[in-house]
Structure formats: C-alpha cells, structure tokens
Design a protein around this ligand. Structure first.
Ligand SMILES: Cc1ncc(C[n+]2csc(CCOP(=O)(O)OP(=O)(O)O)c2C)c(N)n1
Ligand SMILES: [Mg+2]
Length: 365
C-alpha cells in the first residue's frame, strides 16, 4: 500500500465489538468469548448494576445539596465496571481513576468511604491492601504506570495474580499511558488495560484523541487489543476474565476498550449541554446497561416482578443509609493531614506539624 492509500485505511472496516447481550436483551454468541452464568449469577449482576446506579444517584443529590464538594458520576458505565470488577479474583489488584465506584463496589469498599473523599473528610479512606483496590487517582493516566510497576512486582514474586488498570479515552493521549504500554509489553507484565471509552474527555470528543479505534493502538505496542460493548455486562465479564487469565498465565498484557457512554456530566461542576447534542444522549439511552439485563431476565422467566421490586427496595434503603452515614461523617482535625505522609515517623513532617500547630494556636478559640 502506498502512503496515500494507507491514510484513512482505518476507516475501511467497521471495528468489531464483542457483544453477548443485545440492547433488547437477546443473548448472542461470539466465537472467542462466552460466559456460562447461572440464573442466580445473572440476578446478582443485575442487583450490582442497580445498586451502584443508586449509590451514584445519591451522591449526585448530596453534591447538589452542598454535602459533597464534587462527584464524578458513573451513570451509563455500570456494565463496564461491574462486568470487569466481577471478573477479578481476590488476589488480583485494581487501579482505578476517580469514576470507578462500580469497581469499588465489587472490591467491597464501603461506598460511604467514596463519599468521604468527595466530601473532603478523607483521602480515600480505605486500605488499598485490604481490598486490593488502589486509591482513586485524579492525575489523568498516572495510575497506569503505578499499575504496570505493581504487575511487574507480581511477576517477580511469581504470584498467580493479575493487575487491572482503569483509564478513560482522554487518558490515552497522555504520555504516561503510552509509556506504561511500552513497559508492560516489553516486560510481558501481567496486566489488563481497561479503557472505558465513554466518548468524552470533559468537553473533548473522542475524535480529538484518536484517528483509529482505541483498541487497535495495542497492536503498535505489541500486545492484543479488543473492543467490547461496554454496556453489556456479560461481554465485559467474559472479555475481562479471559484477559486476566492470559495475564496470570504469562501471556502478558491486553488492552480492552469498553465502548460506552458517559450519560451524565463529566463531574457535578460540568454542564454537558454546552458542548454536546441531546440526540446523542437519547441514542445511548436505548443501549442502557441495566435495561437489557432486566429484559433478558424477564423474557427468559429468570426473575419475576417480586425480584425486581425487592432490588428496588434494597436500592432505596442503600441510598437512605448512605445519606445518613455521609452526613454523620466527622470532620477531620487539621493536624490529621500529617498522619499518613510516611509510614514511619519523619523529622521534616514533625517539624511541619509543629509549625502548623503553632499557627493554629494563633487563632482565637
Ligand atoms: C494530568 C492531568 N491533566 C488534566 C487533568 C484535568 N482533567 C480531569 S478529568 C479530564 C478528562 C479525562 O477524560 P477521560 O480520560 O476520557 O476520562 P473520563 O473523565 O471521561 O472518565 C481532564 C483533562 C487532570 N486531572 N490530570
Ligand atoms: Mg472519557
């Protein structure tokens, strides 16, 4: 192919999307990926999806009422997060961005701790080692390097575990992410790169990040890439399971592009009506990740109305309980900020703490 002919060649074939459950709730086969789920497991996935959406809704409401400083909504991305999160085993390690509330749920992180972070009363509040779930990272893409380092540690310990790292479509333009791809590839690190392509990086659309489908980037770095329907929890589970297993068995990294959509604002400080058209949102509403599982359960008579009502009831209670516990979170003492800078006592920190204590003393009581 000449240079001129190869330009734009990426537009020839439509990219393949792994899908196991259509938006209408029909089960479809895929030659390379499958999941064999019991009715109980499907109901459990449905429950996860509904509950994390409820956590998210409560958090948005709390922010609007001035109880949180900010919130990054996962609305629309529930299937990508629950599917990939439920594919993890206890010994796998996950590195999130700031939007992975569904993955946090799968790692048994109490959602009130997430609210504490966005309320500004903790710095994460959970022990990453206890949950094998790293603290949220705001600096776009930097966690991919931390994750590859961690994965290389697993490799050197000869442990049978994998690492998964989450990032967005916008993050793929960061140097850190590209460097992490190179390290992972060259060292055959046991890692899964899970990119939630939600089509937007705040107000920047996907076409400002790439001229080719994101999953195809992987081949340039020397490892496989796959695009999955990010609103299909079955497909996200199947694809992530396979990629994690490949990582655990010495087959190196995989890039998963979960093709999804950010249904809400970037964060509660953002107003997406200023930069995107309503029809786009309407089109994606038809691909809702929860509705298709509900339709599947209903059509196949795997769940009755009583089941759906009980999940809704549980969601309502979870929301109310979260709200109550969020409002009861104690404000931190100003000097607490120095507590966890280093694991061991540190002379400079002691000095700074003393200086700050003296400064605080200067205020009238
Ligand atoms: C290094 C860095 N640059 C810029 C920002 C500001 N910023 C916060 S979120 C964001 C967009 C991220 O988009 P994407 O990776 O697609 O993730 P999404 O928010 O869509 O989940 C930017 C530029 C940042 N946090 N860190
Ligand atoms: Mg994005």
């Amino acid at each position: 192919m000449t240079l001129d002919a190869s330009r734009g060649a990426h537009q020839e074939a439509p990219p393949e999307l792994v899908q196991l459950l259509t938006p209408e709730g029909e089960r479809v086969e895929h030659p390379d990926y499958d999941v064999d789920l019991t009715p109980e497991e499907v109901r459990s996935l449905y429950r996860d999806l509904v509950l994390v959406r409820r956590i998210d809704l409560e958090a948005v409401a709390l922010q609007r009422q001035g109880e949180l400083g900010i919130w990054a909504s996962l609305l629309g991305q529930e299937a990508a997060q629950i599917g990939s999160g439920r594919a993890l085993t206890d010994s796998d390690m996950a590195f999130p961005t700031y939007r992975e509330h569904g993955v946090a749920w799968c790692r048994d992180v109490d959602p009130v701790k997430l609210l504490g972070l966005f309320r500004g009363v903790n710095h994460g509040g959970w022990d990453p080692q206890e949950h094998n779930f790293h603290l949220y990272t705001i600096v776009i893409g930097s966690q991919t390097l931390h994750a590859v380092g961690y994965a290389m540690g697993i490799q050197r310990d000869d442990a049978s575990a994998a690492t998964i790292v989450y990032f967005g479509d916008g993050a793929t333009s960061q140097g850190d992410v590209n460097e992490s791809f190179i390290w992972a590839s060259v060292f055959n690190a046991p890692i899964v790169f899970f990119c939630q392509n939600n089509q937007w990086a705040i107000s920047e659309p996907l076409e400002k990040q790439t001229r080719i489908p994101l999953y195809r980037r992987a081949s340039g770095f020397g490892f496989p890439g796959v695009r999955v329907d990010g609103n299909d929890v079955f497909a996200c589970l199947a694809v992530t399971r396979k990629a994690l297993e490949a990582a655990r068995t010495g087959q190196g990294p995989t890039l998963i592009e979960a093709f999804t959509y950010r249904m809400g604002a970037h964060t509660t400080t953002d107003d997406p009506t200023r930069y995107r058209v309503a029809s786009e949102l309407e089109a994606w509403k038809l691909k809702d990740p929860i509705e298709r599982v509900k339709a599947y359960l209903f059509k196949n008579e795997l769940a009755d109305q009583e089941f759906f009502d009980s999940v809704d009831e549980e969601a309502g209670q979870l929301g109310a309980d979260l709200r109550r516990r969020c409002l009861a979170l104690p404000d931190p003492q100003p000097l607490d900020i120095f507590d966890h800078v280093y694991r061991e006592p540190h002379a400079l920190i002691d000095q700074e703490r003393a200086q700050f204590a003296a400064y605080l003393e200067g205020f009238e009581k």
